[in-house]
Design a protein around this ligand. Structure first.
Ligand code: GLY
Length: 392
């Protein structure tokens, strides 16, 4: 029944007017939730809302060093871009600026791209404020200090070198390359482009099983650059397909094609996408790990769906084959339709935008929770639909 309703919804979605109503309704809803959250945050706080645990209405706050610190200001920037509410701009600016010290400190880890590009990156794209640009360019140089030319990747977690037994690179790290590409094209060091390309190539060669599912962590010998092992950190098992990891791969390789126009990245983006799509449940929202034996009684991960939907909108633009173009775009719309249903929207349950994401299942943290990066990529995907509708 649910499935049939979704099919009906999707058929209607192809009608342009309905699409406009769907996009506006979902973005207006998102802005309303964000405004609710703003009323819950004390004025001038330095805390950034990260997640609301299942059944709770209370945000858990983090400081600017947390890997998720850029998503809240990034969501504010997107929604300001949508509705031009000056209050959202003030808050987006204020929360972005909290992250400024990251551009001046030695790199704690690879997450600088997530942090600075989602916040200042969107801020600069929308406002062209030169102060934001300075922060972005400085941070790109800081991120590049983690690059090991012998390995050909950025070290993701310097603090975990001992634990993993070498230079560790996680699939999530693909997303941080966007900061390097941007900096290399906007007045930064041109070498940042080469680092990003090499990281993506090395990852393409070492991070995937023959069926194109991704490992979470690959460990390399720091001195020789040789791959020594591939394991999980947040997935069910070393050999399982951790949903958000695969979605980072889909997003990452699609973005690498956008930035480089190298056909091998477009081809690879499709391969990592196709295995993900093929194994989804009927409502297209993945379980947290595709191989959890508890499926269908395992938690979902709405964040993986949001990341994937956003990437698929771009991928559908880049592929030439009309059937694949349509497939990717339709899947993105179906995922967004499901995420926009009462099954996934928080509504009155809490002031986040979405429910049912899974952060770190093996740790038992943020399981079936509302998480700021699910909200960020959901709003990003809706904004991409909005831009497409406007012919941009
Ligand atoms: N980058 C960490 C995560 O996806 O949970």
């Amino acid at each position: 029944m649910k499935f049939l309703l979704n099919i009906l919804l999707i058929t209607v979605l192809s009608n342009k007017l309905w699409a406009q109503a769907f996009i506006n309704k979902s973005l207006d809803y998102s802005a309303k939730q964000v405004e609710k959250t703003l009323t819950l945050i004390p004025d001038n706080t330095k805390d950034i809302p990260r997640n609301i645990n299942r059944g709770s209405t209370q945000w858990r706050f983090v400081n600017f060093r947390d890997w998720t610190s850029g998503f809240w200001p990034g969501t504010l920037w997107y929604l300001y871009e949508y509705n031009h509410d000056p209050k959202l701009k003030i808050e987006a600016d204020r929360f972005s600026r909290l992250l400024t010290p990251l551009s001046d400190e030695p790199a704690f880890d690879h997450d600088l791209g997530f942090q600075i590009f989602c916040s200042f990156g969107n801020g600069y794209r929308i406002t062209k404020n030169p102060e934001y640009k300075k922060v972005i360019l400085k941070t790109a140089d800081v991120l590049a200090t983690l690059y090991n030319p012998k390995v050909g990747t950025i070290l993701s977690w310097p603090r975990e070198v001992k634990k993993f037994g070498g230079h560790n690179t996680i699939i999530d790290n693909m997303i941080n390359l966007e900061l390097l590409f941007w900096a290399s094209k906007n007045g930064g060091n041109k070498k940042l482009y080469d680092i990003a390309v090499k990281h993506a190539e090395t990852t393409m060669n070492n991070h995937f099983r023959p069926d194109y599912t991704s490992y979470h962590v690959v460990v390399y010998d720091t001195l020789t650059g040789k791959r020594t092992k591939a394991v999980t950190h947040q997935g069910y098992a070393d050999n399982s397909m951790w949903a958000r990891g695969q979605s980072w791969a889909i997003y990452g390789f699609t973005m690498c094609f956008k930035e480089t126009k190298k056909p091998e990245f477009l081809d690879f983006a499709q391969k990592v996408t196709d295995v993900y799509l093929k194994n989804l449940p009927a409502d297209l929202i993945s379980y947290w790990d595709f191989n959890d034996p508890k499926i269908p009684n395992a938690p979902r991960d709405a964040s993986a769906a949001a990341v994937t939907a956003s990437a698929l909108i771009d991928l559908s633009k880049f592929v030439k084959d009309p059937a694949k173009k349509k497939l990717y775009f339709d899947k993105a719309k179906e995922m967004l339709a499901e995420l926009s249903s009462p099954r996934y929207q928080s509504g009155d349950k809490n002031s986040a935008i979405l429910l049912h994401s899974t952060g770190h299942h093996p740790n038992g943290t943020e399981v079936d929770a509302s998480i700021n990066y699910a909200d960020y990529y959901y709003v990003e995907a809706l904004m991409k639909l909005e831009q497409k509708r406007k012919g941009k």
